[in-house]
Design a protein around this ligand. Structure first.
Ligand SMILES: [Zn+2]
Length: 371
């Protein structure tokens, strides 16, 4: 039996319980397995999916309307990250410190996963950054990006990687700043509920030619470590990997008009929520027109399209270990991909803010935040 979003909301409305379904309603909704719920894991976990109420138009409007201070914050964040970030260099360390400090200032718990990796250029130090709002929670919604930049230089200049991936990392920091109040209230009211975790991978880029051994240094290391690490909190069972309900990887974002596709069956419903939130924002006239256009053209970043191809990226080591994945990557890749022109001139700021609105809408809806 299939249940649409509108009938799900009607059911919630009839029962007078807004977005907190009672146990009987919850069990009915869960028995209708095509209802919108958190993605089910393929194996090895006791996480029980629960229904999610679609975000309201007023909450979306509150998210999408900014007063200029958010733009200022975002631009300052991007300026701090958009410098060469090759592992083992002083400017990489500077960006690493900046990311850690950004979360520490917001009272998140920051952990560093540092290790030495064997690369074609010799041993290199790598440092993944993991920021968690409430580490005692047994369930996690993960957002991830990579913060290292590719080792390319030309005429004395170093590759900057604006879309790859300074913008996705800056977006993640901006989102937690904007949603700081609602996230903290939610964590306080639901100490054992799903918490938000942000992962900044190191060493995604190959030092020479992309291969299984020369790429994804940080994500391979962390997925292996978490597969073998049992939870440090007594109330949670299983490994650190078992805690991840959904792993959303952001990559190659910031250029105008990106196109996304749904790559995985077990997270297709979550993907469709991003698609619906984009539609809802367009319908309300809350999307910003592109910098070279004054028309309010509808955006079509997300489509209902399924893709059966697999793009190698930081999600692969987690995917292979059974973690549910949403891969939000522009495909076709931006035209500046791995070129020296992947700098601030490649960016379309209205697109960046439209994406931030979609992702924030998704976070509010998924976690059940009250704005
Ligand atoms: Zn790259």
């Amino acid at each position: 039996m299939n249940i649409s979003f509108s009938s799900l909301c009607l059911l919630l409305l009839i029962s007078q319980i807004s977005c907190q379904p009672s146990s009987w309603l919850s069990s009915i909704l869960e028995s209708w397995s095509n209802g919108y719920s958190r993605p089910s894991r393929p194996s090895g976990t006791s996480i029980r999916p629960s229904p999610i109420c679609p975000i309201s138009n007023s909450d979306l409007a509150a998210i999408a309307r900014t007063d200029g201070s958010q733009e200022k914050d975002f631009n300052a964040t991007l300026a701090s990250i958009l410098i060469p970030r090759v592992p083992g260099t002083p400017s990489h360390l500077q960006v690493n410190e900046y990311i850690k400090t950004s979360f520490q200032k917001l009272d998140w718990i920051v952990e560093e996963d540092s290790f030495i990796g064997k690369t074609p250029l010799g041993n290199m130090p790598f440092r993944n950054i993991i920021a968690t709002l409430n580490p005692k929670a047994c369930k996690r919604l993960v957002l991830a990006c990579h913060y290292d930049s590719k080792l390319i230089s030309s005429q004395g200049r170093w590759f900057l990687g604006a879309t790859d991936s300074a913008v996705p990392c800056s977006m993640m920091i901006q989102m937690v700043r904007s949603l700081d109040g609602p996230l903290k209230r939610h964590a306080k009211a639901n100490p054992s509920g799903t918490t938000l975790q942000m992962i900044f991978f190191d060493g995604e880029e190959a030092f020479q030619n992309w291969s299984d051994d020369d790429s994804l240094y940080g994500s391979r290391h962390l997925a292996n470590k978490w597969m073998n690490r049992n939870s440090t909190h007594d109330s949670c069972s299983g490994t650190e990997l078992n805690k991840i309900e959904l792993f959303v990887l952001l990559d190659l974002l910031g250029a105008k008009n990106p196109k996304f596709a749904s790559y995985f069956e077990n997270t297709h419903q979550s993907y469709l929520r991003m698609y619906q939130i984009e539609k809802q924002l367009n319908l309300q006239g809350l999307m910003r027109p592109s910098s070279d256009s004054s028309d309010r053209e509808e955006t079509h970043f997300f489509s209902e399209k399924r893709s059966y191809s697999l793009i190698e990226d930081d999600h692969i080591p987690f995917l292979r270990k059974g973690v549910p994945i949403l891969h939000i990557i522009a495909y076709p890749f931006p035209s500046v991909w791995h070129k020296m022109t992947d700098d601030k001139t490649a960016l379309d700021h209205p697109t960046i803010w439209n994406l931030i609105s979609i992702f924030q809408g998704f976070l509010v809806e998924y976690l059940g935040l009250e704005l």
